[in-house]
Design a protein around this ligand. Structure first.
Ligand SMILES: NC(=O)C1=CN([C@@H]2O[C@H](COP(=O)(O)OP(=O)(O)OC[C@H]3O[C@@H](n4cnc5c(N)ncnc54)[C@H](O)[C@@H]3O)[C@@H](O)[C@H]2O)[C@H](O)CC1
Ligand code: K
Length: 251
């Protein structure tokens, strides 16, 4: 049977990649974002402009890597960092002024690289002016890339995502979801609250357990290899290292 992954297995894979195999999370993130960028260049050969919406966790970090690789290849991108209006802080600070302590460490690394290289638009500023700017960017775009939340989401999104997601869904733009459409419970395939309706989903390592029941949210699912050691992935499957593993190879 082809491999599918639960939220717990993804967490385990992340942890063991670092602790047991010595592979830093930021390397997995680089492969994830680069792989998703390669997919996107095939989905959008006409180079229509894309708005990339990045959240504060590692899903957002993938979005910043993706943005960098698209930009390097000449694809036009506009990048937004959206942070919760209240609540969670990851307690980690980076040097760039545009990036603050409310980001996961690996997201902060890649947000900082992007902020040094190109414009980073955010909702950090007070007031609602950013909303108008974001709406204009999405309306002018050919695609939206959803890197807001992935497998880490376990509760309904709060502001500003509860407003942003219905807007993206109503925009009529094709959407590429990074790993998981934001707002979808990756284990059950049910929306946790508001959820992005994607046209395509670039999912990492293997489809998530809930995807079988969630085609209306995921659109076409593409599996992207993130370079995690084969022995590690095989151990999630419960098989022997070296056995064939069609579920995680890139298509
Ligand atoms: N092994 C892999 O497959 C890899 C996956 N990568 C990517 O990492 C995400 C998972 O990242 P994580 O940091 O665990 O979680 P999320 O980014 O999905 O969510 C962040 C975190 O934030 C909470 N939260 C903050 N604000 C809100 C809010 N307003 N409403 C609701 N929730 C909020 C949320 O609950 C989460 O805890 C995975 O999907 C992949 O994209 C790695 O990049 C590579 C390895
Ligand atoms: K996402």
């Amino acid at each position: 049977m082809d491999l599918t992954l639960t939220r717990a297995q993804v967490r385990d894979l992340d942890r063991r990649a670092v602790e047991d195999f010595g592979m830093p999370g930021v390397c997995l993130m680089e492969n994830a974002g680069r792989g998703a960028a390669e997919l996107f260049t095939r989905l959008n050969p006409d180079r229509l402009p894309a708005v990339i919406l990045c959240g504060p966790g590692n899903n957002g970090g993938d979005g910043f890597v993706l943005a960098r690789h698209l930009d390097n290849r000449g694809w036009p991108v506009v990048v937004w960092l959206l942070r919760p209006e209240a609540g969670q802080s990851f307690g980690f600070a980076r040097a760039a002024a545009a990036v603050d302590r409310k980001l996961s460490p690996d997201c902060a690394v890649n947000a900082e690289v992007w902020a040094h290289a190109r414009e980073l638009k955010t909702n950090v500023a007070t007031g609602n002016a950013w909303k108008e700017a974001l709406v204009a960017d999405v309306n002018a775009a050919g695609w939206v890339i959803d890197a807001l939340f992935g497998t880490g989401l376990t509760r309904p999104v709060t502001a500003p995502f509860d407003e942003l997601i219905p807007f993206v869904n109503a925009s009529g733009k094709p959407v590429l979801a990074v790993d998981v459409p934001t707002g979808l419970d990756c284990d059950t395939g049910e929306p946790l609250g508001h959820a992005v309706r994607a046209t395509h989903t670039a999912t990492f390592v293997a489809p998530k357990r809930g995807f079988a029941a969630a085609a209306a949210w995921t659109g076409v699912v593409h599996v992207v290899d993130i370079g995690a050691p084969r022995a590690l992935i095989e151990s999630l499957r419960g098989g022997e290292p070296g056995a064939s593993a069609p579920g995680f190879l890139p298509r």
